[in-house]
Ligand binder design. Structure first.
Ligand code: HEC
Length: 605
């Protein structure tokens, strides 16, 4: 806890010393424009950065993914960059995080009420809500009940509903406990950096209900879910560029924490000795944060591997980050994760793979690789620095695997890859591929980015296909344009229905208006929900794929905590359904305007 206090002190936002936009423009040209004025791959375009809140930009540079790019810049330089991008000074943004406090303290948190706890809602990551408090026939009658504006920060992550509370987080590191019915604020907590995944609620001992989450500095937090008071902070992976984007899973008193990193961004610097980070799952004691085991996706320790084009010594294998929430197989006592690309030219079989670990010991049990030779780091000028001679397609498994029992009693692990391919893996035969189905074009933004959910004998897959970066033979193009949602048979991978995305119409105009469905999807009996980069949240009939409800969330809405909640492109972790309500973060994307809106829908009684 001392550690936490010290960390927050160091990160305290400095008083703005009248930064100059001119100086900011020059700094941007020198340090940032090579990427943000020529966006490729995952680089957000310059205009998207201008839509972010000043504190978010500051934290991205100070403790977030842009740490390597901002290394060596003074506080005054950071202030000038923030002012140039957002036209606001650091610390000047938005409403007070503690505005609209609830009039009365909240009662006990009912962990047994049918909520949505964690990223996947269940240990198997189905994102299926069997008891939504909402019938399929009610969905067309959903109306916006209230909106909440993340103060000065982009909406991201997934709202988590437990008992009568809603836990949400923002890119500036704020975590909020709200009243699930009214949106009033019970407490706020400031993490060191962005909390991009979902939170998870569980018991520590008999008396404490804790909220667990990770941030972009690689720290994991347990705070009292009633008060927001810190319980412990841990940094399970000591690598300086470690980050936590996936949501930890809580099971039997252990917190299973997935770790990814910024090393692929840091490698844009030719002087960076790329690369020695390996993705991992870490089992922590939920009561203390102590690491019980760490399982690396890549078994081998990185070793020297010659020099890069600039003469900097390099190393490997590296990469295979775990970007998503692990899946727990209670029956076999295993934990499954999907991994990302390689960072290093040293070959390895654990990148772009699905990997099984022993739940009790962390021993790596099997690895099934989908795409070999996928070396990808941020390459600004091919042939220089750390750019691989042959740059890979960046075909991560960015989203969680789903474990499902089929109607004949067999089980299937299913995973969607950025290549646009969905796979069924056999958990009883070391992850052997049973089927695969290409549902999208594939590319650095997915193919399948986050969007899969399963109900009964259907697997639902949302297709992103935003700016495809690879050429694919014409006969494999399914579908031909961005977006769309598909239902597959989990036993065979055969398509049951396919609803293409409508031509996108965006409330902000034609610029950056895409039909890509990159966000996570969620399903209740009879209806599957999927958000789009065009700012719309749509609900589809699970039997036919017909659109039964369409809400344009790309607008501004009056916010319960003052001012306006600005919606934008829908990306990231999607919507949460519990207690008769649907919660949506609008504006989580960079491709289409970022926004700061949390929207809560219910049927008008
Ligand atoms: C080598 C390429 C590169 C350079 C140079 C670079 N960026 Fe970035 N930037 C990226 C990428 C890639 C992302 C997306 C990072 C991610 O999501 O992990 C990003 C994301 C961001 C974000 C959003 C971060 C968030 O909170 O999610 C901000 C703000 C940003 N960059 C600002 C800057 C500024 C200011 C500079 C100059 C000091 C800079 N960047 C230099 C590649 C670059």
């Amino acid at each position: 806890m001392k550690f936490l206090a010290a960390l927050l002190f160091c990160l305290a936002i400095p008083a703005a010393a009248a930064p100059s936009a001119d100086n900011g423009a020059a700094l941007f040209t020198d340090h940032c424009a090579s990427c943000h004025d020529h966006p490729t791959g995952r680089i957000p375009p310059h205009y998207a950065l201008s839509h972010l809140g000043p504190d978010q930009v500051y934290r991205a540079l100070k403790t977030g993914p842009m740490r390597p790019q901002a290394a060596g810049l003074s506080e005054a330089d950071l202030g000038a960059l923030v002012f140039f991008l957002t036209h606001q000074a650091v610390g000047a943004a938005g409403s007070d995080p503690a505005a609209n406090l609830c009039a009365k303290p909240g009662g006990p948190i009912d962990l047994d009420a049918p909520g949505w706890n964690g990223w996947g809602r269940d240990l198997e990551n189905t994102r299926y809500q069997p008891d939504p408090g909402l019938a399929a026939a009610d969905v067309p009658k959903l109306k916006l009940k209230w909106a909440f504006a993340y103060p000065g920060s982009q909406a991201i992550g997934l709202p988590v509903a437990v008992g009568d509370r809603l836990f949400v987080s923002a890119v500036d590191g704020h975590v909020f406990a709200l009243d699930a019915k009214t949106g009033c604020t019970y407490w706020t907590f400031q993490a060191a950096s962005a909390v991009k995944g979902a939170t998870t609620v569980g018991k520590i001992g008999a008396n404490t209900t804790a909220l667990f989450f990770g941030d972009m500095t690689g720290s994991v937090y347990a705070v009292d879910a009633m008060t927001g008071k810190p319980i412990w902070t841990a940094k399970p992976e000591p690598h300086p560029l470690a980050q936590i984007r996936g949501t930890p899973k809580l099971f039997e008193g252990r917190l299973y924490v997935p770790v990814s990193s910024d090393e692929e961004n840091a490698s844009a610097d030719p002087a960076y000795p790329c690369c020695n980070f390996r993705g991992s799952v870490n089992a922590l004691d939920a009561a203390t944060g102590k690491v019980i085991w760490r399982g690396f996706t890549i078994a081998e320790t990185p070793r020297p591997a010659g020099k890069n084009a600039a003469g900097t010594p390099i190393q490997g294998p590296a990469g295979a980050s775990v970007w998503s929430s692990p899946t727990i197989d209670v029956k076999r006592r295993r934990i499954y994760v999907g991994s990302g690309n390689s960072y290093s030219v040293v070959e390895n079989e654990a990148t772009d793979a699905v990997i099984a670990f022993d739940l009790d010991t962390g021993k790596r049990l099997w690895v099934t690789q989908a795409t070999p030779h996928d070396t990808w780091v941020m390459c600004v000028k091919p042939g220089t620095g750390n750019c691989p001679v042959k740059i890979g397609p960046d075909f991560d498994f960015g989203s969680s695997t789903i474990l499902r029992t089929l109607s004949d009693g067999r089980q299937m692990i299913m995973a969607g890859q950025k290549a646009g391919i969905v796979y069924g893996f056999d958990p009883d035969h070391d992850g052997k591929i049973v089927w695969q189905d290409k549902v999208g074009l594939g590319g650095a933004f997915g193919g399948i980015e986050h969007g899969m959910a399963a109900e009964g004998d259907r697997l639902f897959v949302a297709v992103s296909d935003f700016t495809p970066t690879i050429a694919v033979p014409a006969d494999q193009l399914v579908p031909h344009k961005a977006g769309g949602i598909i239902a597959l048979d989990p036993a065979t991978g055969k398509s049951l229905w396919h609803t293409p995305a409508p031509d996108p119409v965006c409330s902000w105009g034609a610029d950056s208006c895409s039909a890509a469905q990159a966000a996570s999807i969620s399903v209740i009996p009879g209806v599957v929900f999927s958000g789009s980069l065009d700012g719309h949240l749509r609900a589809y009939d699970t039997g036919t794929g017909a659109v039964v409800w369409d809400f344009d969330a790309g607008h501004s809405f009056p916010a319960v905590n003052g001012g306006k909640a600005n919606g934008g492109a829908i990306s990231g972790y999607g919507q949460t359904i519990a207690g008769g309500m649907v919660y949506l973060n609008s504006g989580g994307g960079y491709f289409g305007p970022p926004g700061n809106a949390l929207l809560a829908f219910a049927v008008e009684k």
